[in-house]
Write a protein that binds this ligand. Structure first.
Ligand SMILES: [Zn+2]
Length: 212
């Protein structure tokens, strides 16, 4: 078992948990979020299922809205991955269309006749409902962008490398077409199995979380 993974699970689970609808006033302008999902446990508490942050200045809250509220899978890889798993679980062939990135005007025009936009809207609604009903999160403030990205990556690696952090048999991510999601038990495909938190990082993280 990873001792540091155990410790961060206790720290994060001891913090104020938010769920949808959350109070914007309680979200720092800049920081990292840690997601928990109903039915998922590790280290005798809720299992961390995703770690995320944002690059643009003061965008933490808007990033969370992109996941929890904005019905546009092409703005949130998290939404895209939840949709992939829901569709794959149903063996729904719409999955192929869900993969198409419709962000640009060109792409929209190119696919205007081949994408079932009614089905797409329905799927977005399902994704929103699944996310709002099943996920809660904690946040902590990190003002510096490079520091945010570094701590995010190290937490992801710590959890993915931990052999006690395992998904439940009924976890939705087990139906993901992405092998990295199924294997890691995390709604993530990047920064897995890299450099975990060192003991020095743990001291710094503890300070960031204001834990005495
Ligand atoms: Zn763990």
């Amino acid at each position: 078992m990873s001792k540091n993974c155990h410790t961060i699970h206790q720290w994060f689970n001891g913090m104020k948990k938010h769920s949808f609808p959350f109070n914007e006033q309680e979200i720092p302008l800049n920081g990292v979020y840690i997601l928990f999902e109903k039915g998922e446990f590790a280290h005798s508490t809720s299992r961390i299922v995703r770690i995320g942050t944002h690059t643009g200045n003061n965008q933490l809250c808007s990033r969370l809205f992109q996941h929890f509220l904005n019905e546009n899978k092409d703005r949130s890889i998290f939404r895209k991955n939840i949709g992939r798993a829901l569709l794959n679980k149903d063996k729904d062939s719409f999955l192929e269309q869900w993969e198409i990135d419709l962000t640009t005007k060109n792409a929209k025009e190119l696919h205007s006749n081949s994408v079932d936009f009614i089905k797409q809207k329905e799927t977005e609604k399902r994704v929103t409902k699944y996310i709002q009903d099943n996920f809660s999160f904690v946040v902590f403030q990190v003002d510096d962008k490079d520091q945010r990205l570094e701590i995010e990556s190290k937490i992801i690696s710590t959890v993915s490398l931990c052999d006690e952090c395992k998904s439940s048999e009924t976890w939705l991510g087990n139906f993901s077409p992405k092998e990295k999601i199924r294997k890691s038990g995390l709604w993530l495909v990047n920064e897995l199995w890299k450099t975990p938190l060192s003991d020095k990082d743990m001291i710094e993280l503890k300070q960031m979380l204001n834990i005495k």
